[in-house]
Design a protein around this ligand. Structure first.
Ligand code: CP3
Length: 343
């Protein structure tokens, strides 16, 4: 009876009120996050400081009572642990040393050499599993191989993932080696998170939508399938959420093809479409447009009710369609949660 709401939804149960959490719920829209980040010095120092990373993970739980907490870290810590240089340019985003040739690839470490760098992340998970309220589910995560590869190859975020697509067509062998190394390392990284106390894991494939046709099957579906199959061999009851963002028609069949327990939907698809085409195969997560957290008002209330209503006949975890942005108003988040829980 007392099983956590998120775990019940992931197990296929249809709940009268959907459980809720938000991507990037620990973030710059919260004054308490900005204060702790300033105390840490910068974003990466915050990620690698277990006490402070646990503190920012807990802040939105205290404020809103979300049903899940997501580990505070970043998808780019894994390439850093593999030997890439990583830094963040204020106002611009991440920068990495590039991996674009066989010689660059040869300099990377192996899947078994990542844990020294990532040990503080596992420590954060351990603190959280002791400190979270008993009803809150702890979600671990990693980037999906394609999305992480796009940053490793370009050395930064790109609009069209052009450099990664170029390497895929010009030096497919090196490209595939990068994907395979990320696939194997992600299995080890997530396994350690689970051993430290993560109850669910999520794979963020933010740029899945730029893979078309066979590429989508080979580089979004297949690495995800391999990661999930191995994780489930090691931890048979571990629920997995997959987020192939902007996959469009690619969302159809994603549960079955990958073994994911839940498929997270972005807000480029309507909730009605998601219910008819994706939720029929299992739990879905999503998909309120994050812009409502900035604009608020009656439109936020109406759209929140719309999302709840459209997904009410199947297993559903309420979330945004992408991360909350720094210009969001914390009061609007409270209004969303109230609308979901109070009607
Ligand atoms: O959801 C969560 O709150 C958990 C923690 C988390 C972060 N990043 C913290 C973060 C997670 C799951 C991520 C995932 C992530 N990181 C993705 C995939 C999801 C997505 O948003 O599409 C990607 C592509 C990254 C890489 C990354 N990290 C970028 C492009 C940026 C810069 C953009 C930005 O928002 O500033 C980051 C920085 C980052 N990661 C911040 C946070 C809270 C902001 C850092 C700060 O405090 O300045």
């Amino acid at each position: 009876m007392a099983e956590k709401t998120i775990l019940r939804a992931l197990n296929g149960e249809v709940l009268p009120t959907p459980p809720v959490w938000m991507m990037r719920q620990a973030g710059r829209y919260l004054p308490e996050y900005r204060a702790t980040r300033a105390q840490a010095g910068d974003f990466l120092s915050l990620c690698y400081n277990p006490e402070l990373a646990a503190e920012v993970t807990l802040q939105p739980i205290r404020r809103y009572g979300f049903d899940a907490a997501i580990l505070f870290a970043d998808i780019l810590l894994l390439p850093q642990a593999l030997g890439a240089d990583l830094w963040f340019v204020t106002g611009e985003g991440p920068r990495l040393s590039t991996t674009t040739t066989a010689a660059d690839f040869a300099k990377l470490k192996t899947k078994d050499d990542i844990h020294d760098t990532l040990a503080p992340i596992y420590e954060t998970v351990g603190i959280l599993s002791r400190e979270l309220p008993s009803e809150t589910t702890l979600i671990g995560f990693a980037g999906a191989p394609w999305t992480v590869a796009t940053y490793m190859i370009a050395g930064q975020g790109t609009k069209d993932q052009g450099p990664a697509h170029a390497l895929k067509s010009q030096d497919r062998e090196t490209f595939c080696k990068i994907i395979d190394l990320l696939t194997a390392s992600t299995i080890e990284y997530l396994s350690k998170q689970v051993e430290a106390g993560a109850e669910v894991v999520k794979l963020f494939d933010s740029w899945a939508g730029s893979l078309k046709g066979d590429d989508f099957e080979d580089f979004a579906v297949e690495p995800t399938r391999k990661i999930i199959a191995e994780l489930k061999a090691r931890f048979p009851h571990l629920p997995v959420i997959a987020f192939p963002r902007e996959a469009g028609e690619g969302y159809i069949g994603f549960h079955e093809k990958t073994g994911a327990d839940c498929v997270a939907l972005d807000n480029s698809v309507t909730p009605e479409w998601g219910a008819a085409n994706v939720q029929i195969a299992g739990c879905v997560q999503g998909n309120l447009a994050p812009g409502h957290m900035v604009t608020g008002g009656q439109a936020l209330v109406d759209e929140t009710r719309h999302v709840v209503e459209a997904f009410k006949n199947g297993p559903h975890i309420f979330n945004l369609g992408h991360g909350i942005t720094p210009d969001a108003d914390p009061e609007n988040v409270a209004l969303m949660v109230e609308t979901i829980r109070g009607g």
